[in-house]
Design a protein around this ligand. Structure first.
Ligand code: ATP
Ligand code: MG
Length: 554
C-alpha cells in the first residue's frame, strides 16, 4: 500500500492495479510506459496519460518508461523527440528507462519470422486498395487474399527479400494470418510489415521495411516487462490483436491493456495532426504559441506544471468519453497562481496623473508586500513621485452608478500608497483626456483618512520610474466549445485570441523579471515574461489567465 492511498481518489485503473498487486498477478510488479509517437509536440491530452502512467508507477513503487513509438519515419523527427523529453521532465516526471520502438526493430523482425514459421503470417502482394476492399464490413466477412495460403518456405524467402530491399515500396506486405471472418475487423489478417524507403531519424537507412503500430506496440510492451499498458478507448477494438500477437509468440511477459477515455477539452483541439496544421499554416506562431494546448504553449503562457498535474487529477479517469470545460483548466491555473505568483503593478492603458501638492523632485520608495496572504514572500520597493500613471478606465468623467474609482472631485486609494483626490481634468483639442490634476493626502500612507471613507483602490506606476513593456493578452484559440465538430475546424478559430498592447508601463521591480517567472499584475490578470521574444530593451509579458472567469461575458 502506498503512502498516498488515503489522499488520492479511487479510479478504476487504481483499483485494477491494487487488485493485481493483491493477487500477485504480475509477481507484485507495476510497470507502465508513456508511448508517444514523435510526430508533434505533447499536448494537454498527453498530460493526462503522462500523469496517469507515471502516477500509477510512483504510487506503487513501480517503474514507468518513456518509449517513443517511432515506426512512421516520414512524420517523425529528432526535434519532436527532444521536445517530448523536455516536456515530460518539465511536467515533473522522471522515466525509468528511455526506449524507442526502433530499438526493437531486429527483435520485431525475428518475431515476425517466428510467426511465419508457425504458419501465422504470410507475404501478400495485394495492393493497399485491394486489402481495404477485401476487408469486408461489419455485416460481411472479408475475402481471403490469393496469397493467404502461400507456403511457409516461400513466405520466409519473400520476407527476407523484403528486408533486403529487393522489392519496390508497396509491392508486398506481411500480414498476420488470423481470421478473415472475425466480427472484429482488426483481426481480419492485419498488415504487420510494409515496405517504405524512408530515412529514419534513428536507424537511418538500415531498414526499408517498418512494422505496423499494433504489432509493434504489444511487443515493445512485452519486451520492457510492462505490466499495465494504459491507452485510450479507441484501442479497445485492437486489444484482441494485442493479445493474439503476444499469445502466439509466447512472450515471457503478457502486459494487460486497459483503456480509458481521452481528454477532450472545450475551446481547443487535442490532435497532433490538427495542431500541426495550425503551425504549418501559420494560424499560430509555433508549437509553443501561448494559445496552443501544447505543454510548450502552456509553459510559455506561464502555466505551471503543478496546475496541469492538478487538472489531470481533478478531471478523473473514466471509460466514457466526455468534454471537459476549459474553465476547469483555467480554475486550476488560477488557483496555483493566486497562491504562488508575486504581485506587481502594470498599467496597460496609461493616463497621466500629476499630484500638484507633492514636492517637485522628491521620490519615495514605498514598501509594498509581494503577496497579501503570504508575508514570507517579502516586500518590494515601489518608487512614488509627483507624476504617476493610472489606467484610463480607472477614471470616469461621467461615472456610472456605483462607480468606485476616481471621479472629478472624488478620492481613491493608490495601492500601497496614498489617497488622492482629482481636482481637474486636462483635455486636448479633440476632447480626449490627457492628464488629471490631483492632490494627495500625506496622512494616508498605510492608514485610513480621518473622518471619511475611501472605497476604491486602483493600481499605478510612477511615470519616470517605470518601464515600457509589450503585453500580449491571449484568450481561447477557438470561439466554439467543440471546434472538432465543425466541418472545417479552422473556421472556428477565434479572431480575437490575441490582443497586443505595445505600450504598457510596468513598475520598476518588474525590470528584473526573469523569463518564466509569474506575476499577478494587480487587478489585471496573471502574466509572465515571454521566454522567446523578450529582450532587455523590449520586455514582453504574456497573459496566462484572467483574474476571474469572464469568458461568457466577453
Ligand atoms: P494525437 O491524435 O494527438 O496524435 P495520439 O494518441 O496519436 O494523439 P500518441 O503520441 O500516440 O498520440 O499518444 C501517446 C499516448 O498519449 C498514447 O497512449 C495516447 O493514448 C495518449 N493520448 C493521446 N491523446 C490523448 C488524450 N487526448 N487524452 C488522453 N490520452 C491521450
Ligand atoms: Mg498516434
Amino acid at each position: 500500500m502506498s503512502i498516498n492511498d488515503t489522499a488520492l481518489p479511487a479510479n478504476f485503473i487504481r483499483q485494477i492495479v491494487a487488485a493485481d498487486l493483491k493477487s500477485n498477478k504480475h509477481n507484485g510488479r507495476v510497470a507502465t510506459r508513456f508511448p508517444p509517437e514523435p510526430n508533434g509536440y505533447l499536448h494537454i491530452g498527453h498530460a493526462k496519460s503522462i500523469c496517469l502512467n507515471f502516477g500509477i508507477a510512483l504510487e506503487n513503487n513501480g517503474i514507468c518508461n518513456l518509449r517513443f513509438d517511432d515506426t512512421n519515419p516520414e512524420k517523425e523527427s529528432i526535434e519532436y523527440m527532444e521536445s517530448i523529453e523536455r516536456d515530460v521532465q518539465w511536467l515533473g516526471f522522471k522515466w525509468s528507462g528511455l526506449h524507442h520502438a526502433s530499438d526493437y526493430f531486429e527483435q520485431l523482425y525475428d518475431y515476425a519470422v517466428q510467426l511465419i514459421q508457425q504458419g501465422l503470417a504470410y507475404v501478400d502482394s495485394s495492393t493497399p486498395e485491394q486489402i481495404r476492399a477485401n476487408r469486408g464490413t461489419l455485416t460481411e466477412p472479408g475475402i481471403a487474399s490469393p496469397d493467404r495460403e502461400r507456403p511457409i518456405a516461400e513466405n520466409l524467402d519473400l520476407f527476407q527479400r523484403m528486408r533486403a530491399g529487393e522489392f519496390a515500396d508497396g509491392q508486398y506486405v506481411l500480414r498476420a494470418k488470423i481470421d478473415m471472418a472475425s466480427p472484429n475487423i482488426n483481426m481480419r489478417d492485419p498488415t504487420i510489415y510494409r515496405i517504405r524507403r524512408v530515412h529514419h531519424h534513428r536507424t537511418g537507412d538500415t531498414w526499408c521495411i517498418y512494422p505496423m503500430y499494433d504489432y509493434t506496440h504489444c511487443l515493445s510492451d512485452a519486451l520492457e516487462g510492462i505490466t499495465h499498458s494504459l491507452c485510450t478507448l479507441e484501442f479497445e477494438d485492437h486489444r484482441p490483436l494485442y493479445d493474439w500477437v503476444l499469445e502466439q509468440l509466447q512472450t515471457p511477459c503478457h502486459p494487460q491493456q486497459i483503456e480509458f477515455a481521452r481528454l477532450q477539452l472545450e475551446y481547443t483541439i487535442v490532435s497532433k495532426r490538427k495542431l500541426n496544421q495550425l503551425v504549418t499554416e501559420k494560424h499560430v506562431s509555433g508549437w509553443d504559441d501561448p494559445r496552443m494546448p501544447t505543454l510548450a504553449g502552456l509553459r510559455r503562457a506561464g502555466v505551471t506544471p503543478k496546475a496541469i498535474r492538478d487538472f489531470c487529477e481533478r478531471i478523473g479517469l473514466t471509460k466514457q468519453n466526455s468534454w471537459i470545460e476549459m474553465g476547469v483548466l483555467e480554475y486550476c491555473i488560477r488557483e496555483d497562481l493566486n497562491e504562488n505568483a508575486l504581485r506587481a503593478m502594470a498599467v496597460l492603458d496609461p493616463l497621466k496623473v500629476v499630484i500638484e501638492n507633492y514636492p517637485e523632485g522628491q521620490t519615495e520608495q514605498l514598501e509594498i508586500s509581494n503577496h497579501p496572504q503570504r508575508p514570507e514572500l517579502g516586500k518590494r520597493l515601489v518608487p512614488f513621485d509627483k507624476t504617476i500613471l493610472i489606467e484610463r478606465d480607472d477614471f470616469a468623467e461621467n461615472p456610472p452608478a456605483k462607480y468606485k474609482r476616481l471621479v472629478l472631485g472624488g478620492e481613491v486609494r493608490l495601492r500601497g500608497s496614498y489617497v488622492i483626490r482629482c481636482n481637474d481634468i486636462i483635455k486636448n483639442a479633440d476632447g480626449m483626456i490627457t492628464e488629471l490634476r490631483c492632490s494627495y493626502d500625506p496622512d494616508t500612507l498605510g492608514k485610513n483618512p480621518q473622518g471619511r471613507k475611501v472605497k476604491g483602490v486602483i493600481h499605478w506606476v510612477s511615470e519616470t520610474h517605470s518601464y515600457p513593456a509589450e503585453v500580449r493578452l491571449y484568450s481561447r484559440l477557438f470561439s466554439v466549445p467543440q471546434p472538432d465538430n465543425e466541418a472545417n475546424f479552422l473556421t472556428a478559430l477565434n479572431p480575437d485570441s490575441l490582443e497586443i498592447i505595445p505600450e504598457c508601463r510596468i513598475e520598476a521591480s518588474l525590470a528584473d523579471a526573469q523569463a518564466g517567472h509569474r506575476y499577478q499584475f494587480e487587478r489585471t490578470g496573471y502574466f509572465c515574461l515571454d521566454t522567446v521574444d523578450s529582450t532587455d530593451s523590449k520586455r514582453v509579458f504574456n497573459r496566462t489567465v484572467t483574474l476571474r472567469d469572464n469568458w461568457e461575458k466577453d
